[in-house]
Each structure stands twice: as C-alpha cells, then as structure tokens.
Design a protein around this ligand. Structure first.
Ligand SMILES: *[C@@H]1O[C@H](CO)[C@@H](O)[C@H](O)[C@H]1NC(C)=O
Ligand SMILES: *[C@@H]1O[C@H](CO)[C@@H](O)[C@H](O)[C@H]1NC(C)=O
Ligand SMILES: *[C@@H]1O[C@H](CO)[C@@H](O)[C@H](O)[C@H]1NC(C)=O
Ligand SMILES: *[C@@H]1O[C@H](CO)[C@@H](O)[C@H](O)[C@H]1NC(C)=O
Length: 392
C-alpha cells in the first residue's frame, strides 16, 4: 500500500515537472441568491421563510463562500506559477453579466483572489449583456419547427409523476390560491407548454416551470443555512427525496438549454467570446461570471460528455466553476487542455465550509466528445480549437 502510494506520488511529481500552466479561463455560476420567482406565494397556503434583500440578489453567505473560492483559486494559480502573486493586475480579466448577483459574485471572487488588485468589468446597461444572454437568435421557420419538435419529444418522455405528487404534498397545493382561482391543484396533471420567441430565452410554462420555482426556493434556503423547518417546511428528509425533486429542476433546464441545435444558438455569443479568448486572449486568467443557463448551453454545444458531481444534486451547482486550463508539456513540446468542474457539495455550502489549498473544493474532470483525454485528464489543445472553429 505504502509502496503504491509512493510510486503514485513520484509519478505525479514527474508528470508535474514538465507541465506548465499557460492560461486559465473560468466560467462561474453566481453564488447563493434569494429565490427568483413571484409565483411562489400562489402555489401554497403556507408561509415562506423571510429573506433579507431583493429578489435574485447575492446573499451575504453567497458572498462569503465566493471570497473563499477566490482565495483558493489564487493560491492554486500562484502555486502553478501562472500568476506571480495576488496582485497580477495586468494578467487578469474578470468579466460579469449585468445582473446584481453576478456582479457581486465576481467582485467577491476578485476580492478573495486579488484583494484590491483586480477590477470587475461589466457593461453599463439595464438588460442582460448579449454575451451572457441565453436567448433564441435564429429567426428562421425551419429552425423553430425543428426545435419545437425536439423539445416536444423530450417533454413527451418525462416521467416525474412521483416527484410532482411529493411536491403537491409539500406545498399543500389543494389549499393554494392557484387551486382556488386557476384550477392548478395537482402539478402532476399540469401540462407543459413550450414558449418559443426570438430574442427571448427558450422557456416552458406549466408544471416544470412551477416545480422549478419551488425546488429552487427550497434549495436556496438549504444552501443559505436556514433552519431545517424553514427548508420546505421540514418535509424533505432524505437525500433520495432531494434527488427526486431536483430532477424536476434538471429536466426543466435540460429541455430549455440543452436541446441540440438550440444549445448552440442560445450560446452563440458566448461561444464566439470563448473562441476569441482561446485563440487571441492576451491575459493569463479570464474569469467570467454568469448563469446556469450559460454553463448548460455551453457544455452542451461543445459536446461535453455526461458528468457526475459527487456530493451535489445539481448539474450546475451554485458558485460552481468550469475551469478551462491550457498546459504546455515541455517534455513532448505540445499544448494540452484540461477541463474541470470545481464546486462545493451541497453540504459544504450549507455548512459554509471555506475553501483553501489545504481544504480544496470538490472537482470533477470533464471530457468532450472528439477531444479524448489521456490518463491524466488532458486532451489535445489543437483538437479543442479545431472543434471550436466548427462550432462557432
Ligand atoms: C451608465 O449609463 C448611464 C446611462 O447611459 C449614464 O448616465 C451613466 O453615467 C453610466 N455610468 C457609468 C459608470 O458609465
Ligand atoms: C438557422 O437555422 C437553420 C435551420 O436549422 C439553419 O439552416 C441556419 O443556418 C440557421 N441560421 C443561423 C444564422 O444560425
Ligand atoms: C485571432 O487573431 C488572428 C490574427 O490577428 C486573426 O486572424 C483571427 O481571426 C483571430 N481569431 C479570433 C477568433 O479572433
Ligand atoms: C447522465 O448521468 C446521470 C447520472 O449518472 C444519469 O441519471 C443520466 O441519465 C445521464 N444522462 C445521459 C443523457 O446519459
């Protein structure tokens, strides 16, 4: 056992010696926010827990976790010698969408990583920054027809009856205003309709949309450390129950942002930005802060293989980061790519466990179709860039 471990350590150091980190592009989802939706009060007669702060804003705990994430990343980047120290102003570009929660997440990350030494760039506009805006852009009838067909066939396949029945019971929907006024009394019976409009996000109205709002609100309360009885009124007791409910949320997002062809269309501006950065970006580190919709459409458009994140029910955990790393392999004179998902487990988030090099966050290696990784998790930079040119 000890021998194996030693061999492993030497192999690891050996591999590390010839590998130099050249550039990193991080795409981060914002951290914990207050629940988003305005329909929550109509779906239940129960009293929702009180949140301080406006709808959809980063919470103080989200801020604290993000400062720690920033601090962890700068420790790692300095250790790998990509950055000389915490104050590498000219080497770093931090870019946020225009939403409060993304701007504050980016500022918290930058503060933890670089102290006063990095500014956060975002556009001065009230709407979404077009780079981050996951909207339908292709206005052709043919596109619409193809996408509607595909979305509908995915909707026909969903099987979430048990999850919706559980949700009915948790919120006591029979006594809700929606039941009294709109006859929405059983989520498992509410039809899902596709909302498809150019320049808007692809969306669904109906059971999945309502279910997503509810489960998201439970999840944010859980993450933010609210008391057990304030998280879904104490009615989610097991990991299996969470898993089952979060399937609603995952399905809702998957159909909206990971339907083939639609993924590339909603991510087109972001893909273009990534293409420019990977081919011509002069900074050593780019940190982009946006939304789950961005991560879902981007990873789908780039054909990432299915991945699992241990300790997380979510596909795009709050505060989680997809990290694109460009490495130079000195020994073989070649450039390589490694992509990791760096995130915290739902329990770490709830417990407010802070990240550092000594106690790193969790990570999962990601792999793309057409860019097979070797045993150390690297794939060819050239294959990656070629793939990019095909996609964008
Ligand atoms: C942002 O735009 C508004 C309206 O165009 C302008 O009044 C304001 O000065 C701008 N703020 C910054 C920081 O540029
Ligand atoms: C729009 O979609 C159609 C049908 O899928 C496709 O042929 C066309 O190239 C797309 N246009 C753009 C600008 O992506
Ligand atoms: C990168 O720069 C080169 C040379 O200036 C240019 O030809 C190319 O189009 C640029 N690529 C992107 C994606 O911006
Ligand atoms: C992806 O993996 C998850 C968890 O292992 C599984 O539930 C899901 O069905 C997989 N999806 C696809 C498209 O393979």
């Amino acid at each position: 056992m000890i021998v194996t471990k030693l061999v492993f350590i030497f192999a690891f150091i050996g591999a590390g010696l010839s590998m130099q980190l050249k550039q990193v592009v991080i795409f981060s989802r914002h951290n914990i926010r207050t629940p988003l939706t305005t329909n929550l009060q109509f779906l239940t007669p129960k009293i929702w827990p009180k949140w301080n702060g406006d709808t959809g804003y980063l919470t103080p705990k989200g801020r604290q976790l993000e400062v720690a994430m920033g601090s962890y990343f700068s420790e790692w980047l300095i250790k790998e010698k990509l950055l000389a120290d915490k104050c590498s102003k000219d080497q770093v570009f931090v870019y946020s969408n225009t939403r409060e929660r993304t701007i504050q997440t980016a500022k918290s990350f930058a503060e933890g990583a670089f102290g006063d030494c990095a500014e956060v760039y975002y556009k001065n506009m009230t709407g979404m920054d077009p780079v981050f805006n996951p909207v339908i852009r292709n206005a052709s009838d043919e596109f619409k027809k193809t996408i509607l067909n595909e979305m509908q066939s995915q909707l026909n396949k969903i099987d979430l009856k048990d999850a919706f029945l559980k949700l009915n019971r948790i919120v006591d929907i029979k006594d809700s205003q929606y039941c009294k006024n709109e006859n929405i009394c059983d989520l498992s019976e509410v039809e899902n309709k596709i909302v498809f409009e150019v320049n808007k996000e692809p969306d669904l109205s109906g059971a999945l949309m309502f279910g997503n709002s509810l489960v998201d609100a439970f999840l944010m309360a859980y993450y933010n450390g609210m008391k057990d009885e304030e998280v879904a009124w104490g009615q989610i007791r097991t990991a299996e129950e969470w898993e089952s409910l979060i399937k609603i949320l995952k399905t809702y997002h998957k159909i909206r942002f990971q339907t083939k062809l639609l993924d590339k269309d909603v991510a087109s501006t972001l893909l273009k930005y990534f293409g420019d950065v990977f081919q011509n970006g002069s900074k050593k580190l780019y940190v982009l802060v946006g939304h789950d919709a961005n991560i879902l459409s981007l990873t789908s458009a780039l054909n990432f293989k299915n991945y699992t994140l241990d300790g997380q029910f979510e596909k795009t955990p709050i505060g989680g980061k997809v990290v694109f790393e460009k490495w130079y392999d000195d020994e073989n004179n070649r450039q390589l790519l490694r992509v990791r998902y760096v995130y915290q487990s739902e329990k770490q988030i709830r417990d407010g466990v802070e990240a550092s090099l000594l106690h790193p966050p969790l990570e999962a290696l990601l792999e793309m179709e057409d860019c097979a990784v070797d045993e150390n998790g690297y794939c060819s930079w050239g294959d990656f860039i070629r793939k990019f040119n095909i996609v964008t």
